[in-house]
Design a protein around this ligand. Structure first.
Ligand code: TXA
Ligand code: MG
Length: 320
């Protein structure tokens, strides 16, 4: 029996009973539980096989609730929240003492965002507590962008996937932390650097594991298919090196032709980066099912969401 359902009141009942529901957001599906329930939060880590030192993002339905989660809001954080919420931007700020250490992995900061998805906003508005929700995939795997992806991963290890359709943005939220009052990008994501800089001016990126070793989104290998994947500037040249293999191709806008290609996905014929981002993870899920020897992925233009797509493709190429 499928655990996929559109019934919000059922999701409310399950979450009130301290159990987990996978929820849709505009970025990826999240595996959600009551932030104040130790039982639910432990279950999130267990179900994902996620190490406890990796903190979770808190999801709230409105900006008025922000002061109940964080103890200090720098002016630039306020501006970013006003500009992008609800939306794919996560702010990391000093936590309120009421936020459990399990959520923040013992840190004195907490990550928080308002997701832009009507189903999940309805759900959050019917709950007396915020939801912690990491991406609903086993640790290190490709994030889910449909309810079916989540069910394929967890079967009946979770009670319910709340179906909100395919995720419109398709890549995780951009995460911004602060050094004092100055914002810093910790994870590239669905809100482009250019959009962020238009609100707060030039911003530094520190998304390397040397700087944030305890943040899994910054691990070298993440968002990774099981099939060996390489990232190249020129697909035709790469194909010539693997003509004896079963090749899968992940291209930005133009298909390639070669007998060795057994499966191919073009992300956006119109070269629309948002369209490409929204289809990226589903394409990786599909490619990974084809029993290929190698996935050859094309590098994207290094601007706007192209930077975020390249970041994910790069991490998909690192072998375990
Ligand atoms: O789009 C998203 O952000 C999705 C949807 C479901 O909201 N969630 C998501 O969660 O991507 P997750 O757990 O897969 O990634 C959260 C990232 C991790 O890299 C974690 O280390 C980082 O946020 N993070 C959480 N709290 C943090 C903190 N206090 N300081 C630094 N990084 C933090
Ligand atoms: Mg994740």
């Amino acid at each position: 029996m499928s655990i996929i359902s559109t019934d919000i009141s059922k999701a409310v009942a399950i979450l009130n009973a301290e159990e987990l529901v996978a929820i849709p957001t505009e970025t990826v599906y999240g595996l959600a539980g009551n932030i104040f329930s130790e039982k639910a939060i432990k279950r999130i880590f267990e179900t994902k096989k996620r190490p406890f030192f990796n903190p979770l993002i808190v999801h709230i339905p409105s900006i008025e609730l922000l002061p109940t989660i964080v103890s200090y809001i720098p002016e630039k954080a306020q501006r970013l929240a006003d500009a992008f919420w609800p939306g794919p931007l996560t702010l990391v700020l000093p936590k309120q003492s009421s936020i459990p250490e399990l959520i923040t992995a013992g840190k004195d900061t907490v990550a928080v965002r308002i997701p832009n998805h009507s189903t999940t906003l309805d759900l959050l508005n019917q709950l007396d507590f915020p939801l912690a929700a990491p991406s609903a995939n086993p640790f290190g795997n490709i994030s889910p962008t449909t309810a079916q992806h989540v069910e394929n991963y967890f079967k009946d290890a979770i009670k319910m996937v709340l179906d909100g359709g395919p995720c419109q943005r398709g890549i995780e939220s951009t995460i911004i932390g602060f050094e004092g009052v100055e914002p810093i990008i910790y994870r590239l994501g669905s809100t482009s650097i250019e959009a962020i800089e238009s609100i707060v001016g030039p911003i530094q990126i520190k998304n390397k594991k040397e700087i944030a070793p305890d943040a899994p989104g910054m691990l070298d290998r993440h968002y990774a298919p099981k099939t060996r994947t390489i990232l190249v500037d020129n697909i035709s040249d790469a194909i010539e090196k693997y003509t004896d293999k079963r090749i899968g191709v992940l291209a930005f806008s133009k298909p390639s032709e070669h007998n060795a290609i057994v499966f191919q996905i073009v992300l956006s014929e119109l070269t629309d980066l948002q369209e490409a981002a929204s289809k990226l993870y589903d394409a990786l899920h599909q490619l990974d099912k084809q029993e290929l020897d190698i996935i050859i992925a094309e590098r994207f233009p290094d601007k706007g969401l192209g930077k975020s797509i390249n970041d994910r493709l790069q991490r998909a190429t690192v072998r375990a």
